[in-house]
Design a protein around this ligand. Structure first.
Ligand code: ADP
Length: 160
């Protein structure tokens, strides 16, 4: 039976202010929200899953109804095990739409009881992506307007 438990899955490599904006808004809409880091052995990110989880935990510490977790394999399998009924994803520009549309349709095909909901980016964060953070930080640039202050040092440290 699907529930109002909402899961926000993603790479979060690393978590950005765009992600946090979505998480804060969703935490007001749902009684409980799980932010779930995809642990993909085929696609090693810049930050290990453990570090992504630690950064998310710090950045979401002020939100008492938000839990941080990780998962491998199919999202819908994780959702079913967790008893979750709603997938949350974010949309920035139209470029996000194509991918998100396809993913939502595939998930609907294999798990029709699970709904995907989208929250539109806040204009202030529309240009922020984890890849931009990685690129700028790798060249020693300032990412303080892109990631939460509490993880700034973790991001810089990864490139030292
Ligand atoms: P993935 O690799 O699964 O796309 P990301 O961590 O890049 O993982 O993003 C997770 C979700 O958050 C995606 O739905 C993405 O579109 C959304 N997202 C990322 N950055 C922003 C932002 N600045 N504003 C709104 N949504 C965002």
């Amino acid at each position: 039976m699907p529930t109002s438990l909402c899961v926000y899955p993603g790479s979060f490599d690393p978590v950005t202010l765009g992600h946090i904006d979505l998480i804060e808004r969703a935490a007001k809409l749902f009684p409980n929200l799980v932010v779930a880091v995809l642990n993909n052995p085929d696609k090693q990110g810049t930050f290990t899953t453990e570090r992504r989880l630690a950064m998310l935990a710090k950045a979401c510490a002020h939100l008492s109804n938000v839990k941080i977790d990780s998962f491998g394999g199919l999202l819908v399998d994780y959702m079913r095990k967790a008893g979750a009924g709603i997938v949350l994803r974010g949309l920035r520009a139209v470029t996000d739409f194509e991918n998100e549309f396809q993913m939502a349709q595939v998930n609907r095909q294999i798990a029709p009881e699970i709904e995907t909901l989208f929250l539109m980016t806040s204009p202030d964060y529309a240009y922020i992506s984890s890849s931009a953070v990685r690129q700028i930080a790798s060249f020693g640039g300032d990412v303080s307007t892109l990631v939460p202050a509490c993880i700034l040092e973790d991001v810089y440290q990864a490139y030292r």
